[in-house]
Design a protein. Structure first.
Length: 80
């Protein structure tokens, strides 16, 4: 939001989410939102959704879920 120069109120208008909810998200007082909400926020900020960590983590999980060997390799690389 800071980089885009957008206030909570303006982002709320663009996303049709409440400014209070957005404030709670930004300060980590709410769990990460679902992908469609992340996509709305990203669109309003004119950034790709994968700019948000939770979105990237979900994409990684989906990719690894279908390929157990790849998941094992990645796990070994990350956790060893």
């Amino acid at each position: 939001m800071i980089q885009a120069g957008v206030s909570y109120r303006r982002l709320a208008e663009l996303t049709e989410l409440s400014a209070g909810y957005l404030n709670h998200l930004a300060h980590g007082n709410r769990p990460p939102p679902a992908d469609p909400v992340i996509e709305r926020i990203a669109s309003a900020l004119d950034v790709p959704p994968d700019r948000f960590l939770e979105y990237r983590i979900r994409r990684i999980g989906e990719a690894l879920q279908g390929d157990p060997r790849r998941a094992d390799r990645v796990y070994g690389q990350l956790c060893s």
